[in-house]
Design a protein around this ligand. Structure first.
Ligand code: DSN
Length: 423
């Protein structure tokens, strides 16, 4: 696909940087992007995030700022928070966290003291660094206890979660993660958190768009706090939001500002507002359900080709493949697939005998390809490319990878990328 985009001011001022942006646009247009935490934002979201809102400081909250000249910014932030509350049915929304990790850190600041016990899913089991994992500040400054998935099913064992919660009595329990291919039972987590007297934090960064579109159950009735980034399935700019019950609103707001952050990124707030508006449209429901349908179809096609999938498949946008039976390390496969124009990330699988920087698995997902309009009918072809790419990774067949790359670019050329075309 040859892109018609131009960035005249950027090209005139800094041609070197403009060339890199152009090359990235071309790469995103030509490749099959399967990283489950990435997406393509709309032209409207891109435009909102590149406006003069960049120029304004706004420490505080709408109507309560430490800087004057907020006539428009207050309205922008109110639009974003009102839309977030309406879309997710939440009492309260804070759209200022810079990204997912700061959002989660603000939750710690709101509800826990250094040294307190917190509980989350272990990172190699599919959790997130900020859920109390040892190398993260959240595991260094707090006492993280971790649950996982069962070896035989790849699913969360709620008896284990309950036993651990009642034994350890954590201040916070996190559910959600970065490599969870199955529906999260928020009601079960809510019951355990109540029994243990813990604050339940649902980190729905990966599935926020699916929840908004009705393709995954909502955590809002069950969780005290819902934390999410805005740039994954929700298809907004790189940012984050915290939503909560009314009783926690003040604690959350105080923790984000002045507890953790300074001025909000108003251009991002504006783009979040646009993304939330888009996510409230009927077409976004279709998108969310198509993401899941595509993931299911891709999982079936991969299983038919002998791939081993953690938990045996997927309920959402994400598939975690254990490549041990294919005799290829995840990193070798991911790098080979990248050369074939298929962008994935290597990832640990539960009980992985290999190290995180050289793990057994590959994590893939369907948010981006669905944004480009690919359907379940394309998934057997995608699975075939992955299969051929993994085989080529094992045999070192660079010619096969080049052939796949040409086929991928050919197909993707027929599916323009949102935000990368001028129409
Ligand atoms: N980096 C995100 C992901 O890829 O899942 C999590 O923070």
């Amino acid at each position: 696909m040859t892109l018609p985009l131009s960035h005249p001011a950027l090209s005139a001022t800094d041609p070197e940087l403009a060339a890199l942006v152009g090359a990235e646009e071309q790469l995103q247009a030509d490749t099959l992007r399967l990283i489950p935490s990435e997406n393509y934002v709309s032209q409207a979201v891109l435009e909102a995030s590149g406006t003069v809102l960049q120029n304004k400081y706004s420490e505080g909250y709408a109507g309560r700022r430490y800087y004057e000249g907020q006539q428009n910014i207050d309205q922008v932030e109110r639009l974003a928070t009102d839309r977030a509350k309406a879309l997710f049915g939440a009492d309260h929304a804070n759209v200022q966290p810079y990204s997912g990790s700061p959002a989660n850190l603000a939750v710690y600041l709101a509800f826990a003291e250094p040294g307190d016990t917190v509980m989350g899913m272990a990172l190699p089991m599919g959790g997130h660094l900020t859920h109390g994992w040892g190398v993260s500040a959240t595991g260094k400054w707090f006492r993280g206890v971790q649950y996982g998935v069962r070896h035989d099913t790849g699913l969360i064992d709620f008896d284990e979660v309950r036993d651990l919660a009642l034994k350890e009595r954590p201040k916070l329990i996190f559910c959600g993660g970065t490599a969870v291919p199955r529906t999260i039972d928020f009601a079960a987590f809510g019951e355990i958190a109540r029994e243990a007297g813990a604050v339940l934090v649902a980190d729905v960064a990966h599935i926020a768009g699916l929840i908004a579109g009705g393709a995954h159950p909502s955590p809002v009735p069950h969780a005290d706090v819902v934390s999410t980034t805005t740039h994954k399935t929700l298809r907004g700019p790189r940012g984050a939001m915290l939503m909560s019950r009314e009783e926690h609103a003040r604690a959350i707001d105080k923790a984000v500002f002045p507890g953790l952050q300074g001025g909000p990124h108003n251009q991002t707030t504006a783009a979040i507002a646009v993304a939330l508006h888009e996510a409230a449209q009927p077409s976004f429901r279709d998108y969310a359900h198509a993401v899941v349908a595509n993931a299911r179809a891709l999982a079936e096609a991969l299983l038919a080709r002998g791939f081993e999938l953690v938990s045996g498949g997927t309920d959402n946008h994400l598939i975690l493949m254990d490549l041990t039976p294919k005799d290829v390390p995840g990193k070798v496969a991911a790098k080979a697939l990248d050369r074939a124009g298929i962008v994935v990330n290597y990832n640990t699988v539960p009980y992985d005998p290999r190290k995180p920087f050289d793990p057994s698995g590959v994590r893939i997902g369907t948010p981006s390809l669905t944004s480009r309009g690919l359907t379940a009918a394309h998934m057997p072809t995608v699975a075939e490319w992955i299969d051929r790419g993994v085989t080529a990774a094992r045999t070192g067949d660079e010619g096969a990878l080049a052939a796949i790359r040409a086929e991928v670019a050919d197909l993707m050329g027929a599916f323009p990328a949102p935000g990368l075309t001028t129409d």
